[in-house]
Design a protein around this ligand. Structure first.
Ligand code: MF3
Ligand code: CO
Length: 277
């Protein structure tokens, strides 16, 4: 797998003009203090996602979620990482049904049986945290439920490989093999990323690849790991709004994301809700 020559992080689909990220920069290692700030921001993101998930029901719109998400961050002293990033016009990315990622919030009401991806980032004290979940709208079919559980579990499979001495490709391969063994497909035009001082930093974190590929993981690296998994074909297209990525076949896609820090031991999940919360 030649993932070094693969499309950049938030992809060729996005075009360079709107992506401030510069490739070839050095990977930025975070200090203990940086990680403490990122953890605070990550907890805020986790609470924002919990709040937004609690609002999801038939009739709610993604504009409602965007407004609530932005307010939640600002009420807690953070700013939305996505608003204005490369010209992105909202605080939340809302991925409804066949939308893979980067859906711009709109006035379309959610309906029973749908799924909605909610992706949000918080910036505070110079550092970002980035996380996403996909949640059911009311009752969903068993097949749709399985898409969600497989996608979420693939994220955990990837996180388990986020250890010093491993390589990025170990994460990538764990996700891809888990997903493909279960008959789902991995979107390849978009990838996870380093995160911290910027929303998007090196290295890219593809959801496909071979063990041992890519950079070696070191303590203090912080990665946004974010599988984007389709029920049908892995192929995607970008809508005329130049942001919204949808599946080519119109079948559903799911997305889960955590910001994770590499340590001397276990991966530290920056955007995990504290157990006593
Ligand atoms: N979690 C997504 C990402 O990491 C959301 C970015 S939306 C953008 O790329 F507008 F900020 F690009
Ligand atoms: Co991300």
């Amino acid at each position: 797998m030649k993932f070094k020559t693969r499309p950049k992080k938030r992809s060729r689909l996005e075009g360079h003009a709107k992506t401030p990220h510069k490739m070839g920069q050095k990977i930025r290692i975070k200090s203990t203090e940086d990680l403490a700030v990122m953890r605070e921001n990550g907890i805020l993101v986790a609470r924002a996602l919990r709040h937004l998930a609690s609002l999801v029901r038939p009739g709610v719109t993604t504009m409602d979620l965007d407004r609530e998400g932005e307010q939640f961050l600002r009420d807690h002293g953070a700013t939305p990482s996505f608003l204005g990033y490369g010209g992105y016009p909202a605080s939340v990315c809302a991925a409804h049904n066949e939308v893979v990622v980067h859906g711009i919030p709109n006035r379309v009401p959610l309906k029973e049986g749908d799924i909605i991806g909610i992706d949000i980032g918080a910036f505070r004290n110079g550092l970002h945290a980035d996380s996403a979940i996909t949640v059911p709208v009311g009752d969903i079919s068993p097949a749709t439920r399985e898409l969600l559980t497989v996608t979420e579990e693939s994220l955990w499979q990837g996180i388990a490989k986020a250890r010093a001495g491993n390589h990025v490709g170990d994460i990538s391969h764990a996700i891809q093999s888990y997903v493909e063994e279960r008959g789902y497909s991995v979107v390849q035009e978009l990838v996870g990323h380093g995160v911290g001082f910027n929303l998007h930093e090196d290295p890219q974190v593809p959801n496909f690849g071979e063990p041992g590929d890519g950079v070696r993981l070191r303590p203090g690296m912080t990665l946004a790991i974010e599988p984007m998994i389709n029920q049908g074909t892995r192929e995607v297209q970008v809508l005329p709004d130049k942001w919204t990525i949808v599946t080519l076949d119109g079948r559903f896609s799911a997305h889960f994301e955590h910001t994770v820090a590499i340590t001397d031991g276990e991966p530290k999940i920056i955007t995990l809700l504290p157990p006593d919360d």
